[in-house]
Design a protein around this ligand. Structure first.
Ligand code: N01
Length: 494
C-alpha cells in the first residue's frame, strides 16, 4: 500500500493514455504517472487476440499523426501489428518509466482543501495528483449475457475479448453468439477448422465488401522517402471516411449507395434465399456499426454452418436450446456479445467537488459533459474518448489527439492563471448538451430503426459524436476560458 504523489495521473495505456503521456512530456510536464490494470500496454489491442482481429479503419489513419508508421503491411492491419506499433511508440518515447502496471483504478475523490485528486487502486495504492485524465475507453468490460443456464455448460466457453487460445477448435462443434464487428472478423478464420459452426444471430449487421490488400513494398519505400506522399495518402483516406459523416448525420440518401453495395454483397455471396433473408437487416445502414468483410458471407454459405435466428431459450450442459425448442449440441461456446459500455466508466467513478459520485450522478440525471472531455463539478478531471466522442465512420485516434491537445492547453491555463484547478461552468455544459441533443435527433443512430450499444437504456446516443470530425476539431481547437471557472487562484500573484 503506497501513496504515489504526482502532478497528473493518466488511467490506461491504450491509444488515449499513450498519446497523453507523449504530449505531456512534449509540453514539459514530466511529473506524471500512468495506471495500467494489466501487465502490458495496449488497451483493446492487447486484450483482443481473437483469430482475425484487425482494425476496420485503415492503418495509416488509425495511428498517431505525430508517429507515422510507413511500414503498415496492409491497408487494414491486424491486431499483432497494431500492438507492436503501440509498444514501439511507448519505448521510443520512454513512457514505461511512467507506467505503473497491475494497478486498476477503483475511483477517487477530489480534495477541495488541497485541490488534488486521491485516486485509489483496487490493489490498495493511492495516487495523489492535481489532474486526472481518463483514457479507459468504452469497450473493455466483456459482456457475457445472463442467459438461462449459462453457467451449466460443460465445455469451454469464453468471450471474444478473452479468447482462450488453449482450446483447439479443430474438429469441434462450435457455437458463436453474436454477429457484431468481432464475430464478423473471427468466424471466417475458424470456419475451416471446426466440424460444425452454429451462429446465433439476434440482429443481422450490414456488411459491405472489404478489399483489403498488402501495401506494396514500392509504396512503403515511397512513404519512407517522401513523407508528403504518406501524408497525402493519409489525408485522402481521412477525407473519404469523412464524407460518410454527412450521410450518418441526417442525410440518409447519401448512405443509399453503401446500403446498395451491402445488399449486392449479400446477393452475390449467399446462395440460399432463406439465408439471404435472414442476413438482410431491416434497419438503416449506419444505425449499427457498418462492417466490412469479403469472407464473412462465404463462411455462412458453408454446409457445416447454420445461422440460428430464433433467439436463445437457454444454455444446457450439452449445448444451446433456441426458441424453436431444439437443443443443438456443441463442444465450445464463444460469446461475441460485445461490452458493458456504460459500466466502462465505473473504473473512473470519481467523487467531485461536493462529493457527488460521477457514475451514479450520470445514471440518475443523464450524462452531461462539455465536449465529452470535462464535467461540471469535477475540477481538473478530463475524459479521453468520453461520452459522445466515439465514431462510426472515421478514426477515433483523430478524436483522441484533439482531446489531448485540449487537455494540455487546459493544464497550461491553470498554470498561467496561477490557479489550482479548472472546472467547466454549468452554463457551458448545458449549452453543449442542448447542441448535441439537437444534432443527435437527426443522426441515424436515433432515427435508423435499430437498437445498439451506442444508445443508453433510455434510447439516447451517449457514445457517438453526431457530426464530422472536422466539426469536433473546430469545437476543440482551443479552450475558451469563458467556459471555465478557475479555482484556488493565488491572489498575491501579479
Ligand atoms: O460487439 P457488438 P463486438 N443474445 O456489441 C449480440 C469495436 N470493434 O465485440 O445486435 C444474443 O458490436 C448482439 O446482437 P444485437 C466496434 O466499435 C472494433 O462485435 O444487440 N445475441 C450483436 O450481434 C464494435 O462496434 C473493431 O441484437 C446477443 C453482438 O452480440 C465494438 O467493438 C473490431 C446478446 C455484439 O456485437 C463491439 O463489437 C471489433 C444476447 N443476449 C470490435 N447480447 C475494429 O475493427 C448481445 N448479442 C476497430
Amino acid at each position: 500500500m503506497t501513496t504515489i504523489r504526482t502532478r497528473v495521473v493518466v488511467i490506461g495505456t491504450g491509444f488515449s493514455g499513450i498519446g497523453m503521456g507523449i504530449k505531456l512530456k512534449e509540453a514539459g510536464h514530466h511529473d506524471f504517472v500512468i495506471l495500467e490494470k494489466a501487465d502490458d500496454i495496449g488497451g483493446t489491442w492487447r486484450d483482443n487476440t481473437y483469430p482475425g482481429c484487425a482494425c476496420d479503419v485503415p492503418s495509416h489513419l488509425y495511428s498517431f499523426s505525430f508517429e507515422p508508421n510507413t511500414e503498415w503491411s496492409k491497408m487494414w492491419s491486424g491486431q499483432p501489428e497494431i500492438l507492436a506499433y503501440l509498444r514501439g511508440v511507448v519505448d521510443k518515447h520512454g513512457l514505461r518509466e511512467h507506467i505503473r502496471f497491475g494497478r486498476t483504478c477503483a475511483g477517487g475523490r477530489w480534495d477541495p482543501e488541497n485541490s488534488v485528486w486521491h485516486i485509489d487502486t483496487v490493489e490498495g495504492d493511492t495516487v495523489v495528483a492535481q489532474f486526472v485524465v481518463s483514457g479507459v475507453g468504452a469497450l473493455h468490460i466483456p459482456n457475457v449475457p445472463a442467459l438461462d443456464g449459462v453457467e451449466t455448460f460443460d465445455g469451454p466457453a469464453f468471450h471474444s475479448a478473452q479468447w482462450d487460445h488453449s482450446v483447439d477448435l479443430t474438429g469441434k462443434r462450435v457455437a458463436v453468439i453474436g454477429t457484431g464487428a468481432s464475430a464478423v472478423q473471427f468466424v471466417p478464420q475458424i470456419v475451416d477448422r471446426v466440424a460444425e459452426l452454429q451462429l446465433y444471430q439476434r440482429t443481422p449487421a450490414w456488411v459491405t465488401p472489404r478489399k483489403n490488400f498488402e501495401i506494396p513494398s514500392a509504396a512503403r519505400a515511397a512513404f519512407r522517402r517522401l513523407p508528403g506522399v504518406r501524408r497525402l495518402f493519409r489525408d485522402g483516406v481521412y477525407l473519404f471516411a469523412e464524407t460518410l459523416a454527412f450521410g450518418l448525420n441526417g442525410r440518409p440518401y447519401l448512405m443509399k449507395p453503401i446500403e446498395n453495395a451491402a445488399k449486392k454483397n449479400i446477393a452475390k455471396s449467399i446462395d440460399d434465399p432463406a439465408l439471404r433473408e435472414k442476413l438482410t437487416p431491416d434497419y438503416r445502414i449506419g444505425c449499427k456499426r457498418i462492417l466490412g468483410s469479403d469472407t464473412y458471407y462465404p463462411a455462412l454459405n458453408r454446409e457445416h454452418t447454420q445461422v440460428i435466428t430464433d433467439g436463445i431459450e437457454k444454455v444446457t450442459p450439452r449445448g444451446i436450446v433456441a426458441r424453436d425448442g431444439i437443443e443443438r449440441e456443441v463442444d465450445v461456446i464463444v460469446y461475441a456479445t460485445g461490452f458493458h459500455v456504460t459500466d466502462g466508466f465505473e473504473s473512473v467513478n470519481i467523487a467531485g467537488l461536493d462529493g457527488t459520485q460521477l457514475v451514479p450522478h450520470w445514471q440518475e440525471n443523464g450524462i452531461r459533459t462539455h465536449l465529452g472531455i470535462t464535467a461540471a463539478g469535477y475540477p481538473n478531471a478530463f475524459f479521453l474518448l468520453g461520452p459522445n466522442t466515439g465514431l462510426g465512420h472515421n478514426s477515433v485516434v483523430f478524436m483522441i489527439e484533439q482531446q489531448i491537445s485540449y487537455v494540455i492547453e487546459a493544464i497550461g491555463l491553470v498554470d498561467s492563471a496561477s490557479a489550482r484547478a479548472i472546472m467547466v461552468r454549468d452554463d457551458a455544459q448545458a449549452r453543449f448538451d442542448t447542441e448535441i441533443h439537437r444534432k443527435l435527433s437527426r443522426g441515424v443512430w436515433s432515427t435508423g430503426g435499430c437498437t445498439s450499444w451506442y444508445l443508453d437504456a433510455s434510447g439516447v446516443n451517449r457514445t457517438i459524436w453526431p457530426g464530422g470530425t472536422w466539426q469536433y476539431w473546430l469545437r476543440t481547437r482551443s479552450v475558451d476560458p469563458a467556459d471555465y471557472e478557475f479555482l484556488g487562484v493565488r491572489r498575491d500573484t501579479p
